[in-house]
Design a binder for this molecule. Structure first.
Ligand code: ADP
Ligand code: MG
Length: 139
């Protein structure tokens, strides 16, 4: 388990960037945190760490958004998934066991399809430590 603390957007971006740089094809990173905590900031850093220059948009309407690179990024948003069949329909296993790196937002909605080896990243606020403070825990 690793814990990082950030006090601004750039630091959270940098953590995403470094984790992506060290990632391996076929790895799955689940990203968990409340609205407005910095998941998109982290994701943008993550994409840039994979050498992706395209801007990352929310994959909300497509479940998964694919970004081409040497290690492609498969960016999932499981927010609206209610039934694992929806995942079967998009062929999620091709992504999970593919040559790219998966970044899965709201993975807790589909916990039973997430492989055991997946890494879980939690971003949390702690208002006692300031409005821009974030704790990032990786398990
Ligand atoms: P989410 O995708 O989790 O809903 P966003 O990444 O879209 O959240 O937004 C996070 C907001 O919090 C941004 O406006 C960002 O500038 C702000 N922010 C303040 N401090 C931090 C920090 N330490 N890390 C990340 N974002 C921060
Ligand atoms: Mg977001």
């Amino acid at each position: 388990m690793s814990v990082y603390e950030t006090t601004n957007e750039r630091e959270t971006f940098e953590i995403g960037y470094k984790i992506a740089q060290n990632s391996l094809p076929g790895e799955i990173y689940c990203l968990i945190g409340d609205l407005g905590v910095g998941k998109t900031v982290f994701s943008k850093g993550f994409a840039e760490g994979l050498g992706i220059t395209e801007s990352i948009t929310s994959p909300t309407f497509t479940i998964v958004q694919e970004y081409d690179a040497e290690k492609p990024l498969y960016h999932f948003d499981m927010y609206r998934i209610e039934d694992p069949d929806e995942l079967e329909m998009i062929g999620y296993e091709e992504y999970f066991y593919g040559k790219g790196v998966c970044l899965v937002e709201w993975a807790n909605n589909v916990e039973n399809v997430i492989p055991h080896e997946a890494k879980w990243i939690y971003i949390e606020k702690d208002l006692e430590k300031g409005f821009d403070y974030r704790k990032i825990t990786i398990k």
